[in-house]
Design a protein around this ligand. Structure first.
Ligand SMILES: [Zn+2]
Length: 181
């Protein structure tokens, strides 16, 4: 697999941030290909992009599969992941305020029942506080790794941005941003 240099990923990122560009770092992760730490201003990219080959990202409760037919050329999966993580800095969806109050309520209930406040327990106990399934699903992803709706918006933006990048001089993205030395 063709792996870009970290320097090239960093240069690529700069074009999206005239000020305060996030730092790009390698980080081996079991579940994720990339991670946006927006508060620390860091983007982590998994040095081994596993089984990507196409767009789609894991969101709290499952896989979001967009209907695109784009296939990555060698090394482009790194940029696709990077563009996705950049999107988390650009698109921020606020989860409803009542999520926190439901979480607090459940934490209290768990304490009274002498149950451990694990993510699984919170999710399980919270179910009865929701009337609609999609709200409950969104709550569960909010509990874990962020809003499902946000991930989906970010992935859709990433696909558009990826196409734009590729159109520049008609080259695979990795070739476009390869440093000369
Ligand atoms: Zn995401």
């Amino acid at each position: 697999m063709m792996k870009p240099k970290l320097k090239d990923l960093q240069n690529f990122t700069k074009q999206y941030f005239p000020r305060k560009c996030p730092v790009v770092r390698w980080k081996k992760m079991k579940k994720y290909q990339g991670l946006a730490e927006t508060k620390k201003n860091i983007i982590y990219i998994n040095p081994e992009q596993k089984g990507k080959g196409k767009f789609g990202c894991f969101v709290g409760e499952g896989l979001y599969k967009p209907r695109t037919k784009i296939k990555f050329k060698k090394g482009e999966e790194y940029f696709a992941t990077l563009i996705h993580e950049i999107g988390h800095f650009k698109i921020k969806l606020k989860s409803p305020k009542y999520f926190q109050s439901i979480k607090n309520k459940v934490l209290k209930e768990l304490k009274e029942a002498r149950e451990k406040p694990t993510l699984d327990n919170i999710a399980y106990w919270a179910e009865e506080h929701f009337k609609k399934d999609w709200q409950y699903l969104e709550f569960r992803s909010w509990l874990g790794k962020g809003s499902m709706n946000e991930h989906i918006k970010v992935e859709d933006r990433a696909i558009k941005e990826f196409k734009k990048q590729r159109k520049k001089q008609n080259k695979p993205i990795i070739k476009l941003y390869e440093s000369k030395h």
